[in-house]
Write a protein that binds this ligand. Structure first.
Ligand code: DC
Length: 235
């Protein structure tokens, strides 16, 4: 097994630090990092921008499907030299900040439930990861996108711990939010993500479970690095 070519899948609940771990691993092993949640968020932003959602949060699936068919929704990740990180672009516009806000967070789960949205994004994700050397995080990476991934991690933390971390993060960015609305949003997203018909969030049988409620980022990274090194040595 070429140690530069592994596919690492990280799935788990909302706001439990999947992207933080995925990013740290990709830096450690010099792998590519793909945040698939950002792709669902980008589609959600498109839906908002083009008024494809009504006041009752019903999505205009006919128009959204047409937009995909006509290749009007182009999502990619570009490395920002100044910040030394990759950011998300929708139709050549940097949308990294907008997709992290409360409006997109509240609407993303209904968008991510739509079957053809998932089909399109999964197809793109497989292309991005097919040659390996990748850490991809999301909800269905180990179960649907890469069922044969070399290592699968299922990350979780208690809902109150996740809400507090997310609240602190948004407040530090100057956003006006309350802890209660964040907690409610996390509970709602957990419910929708786990109970939808299309690719529900679940731990793959062969995924390693990590609960990071009571461990530091450094401890979490060490556990994951050891798991990957174990794979490299075995293969
Ligand atoms: O990881 P995140 O919170 O940025 O993801 C945003 C939403 O997208 C989340 O509510 C579930 C959905 N999602 C998904 O359904 N499948 C993925 N692979 C990634 C995210």
């Amino acid at each position: 097994m070429n140690k530069n070519k592994l596919i690492i899948a990280i799935d788990g609940h909302s706001s439990c630090g999947k992207s933080t771990l995925a990013k740290a691993l990709s830096d450690y092993f010099s792998y590519k990092f793909i945040d698939t949640g950002a792709m669902y968020r980008a589609v959600t932003l498109y839906v908002i921008q083009y008024n494809l959602i009504d006041s009752e949060n019903q999505i205009n699936e006919t128009e959204l499907r047409k937009a995909f068919e006509q290749n009007l929704i182009n999502i990619d990740f570009r490395f920002i030299d100044r910040k030394k990180i990759s950011e998300t672009f929708l139709n050549n516009v940097n949308i990294e900040t907008e997709i992290r806000g409360v409006e997109v967070s509240q609407l993303v789960s209904p968008v991510a439930k739509i079957d053809f949205v998932r089909e399109k994004l999964v197809e793109q994700q497989r292309k991005m990861g097919q040659s390996g050397g990748i850490v991809m995080d999301g909800r269905d990476i180990g179960t649907v996108v890469f069922p044969n991934a070399d290592l699968k991690i299922f990350l979780t933390a208690r809902p109150d711990v996740r809400a507090k971390r997310r609240y602190d993060e948004l407040i530090s960015k100057g956003m006006k939010v309350t802890y209660n609305e964040i907690f409610k949003n996390i509970e709602e997203r957990d419910f929708i993500d786990s109970n939808r018909d299309e690719a529900p969030l679940r731990k793959a049988d062969d995924a390693v479970l990590i609960d990071n409620s009571d461990i530091t980022r450094e401890e979490q990274l060490k556990i994951a690095v050891d798991l990957i090194n174990g794979k490299i040595n075995i293969k």
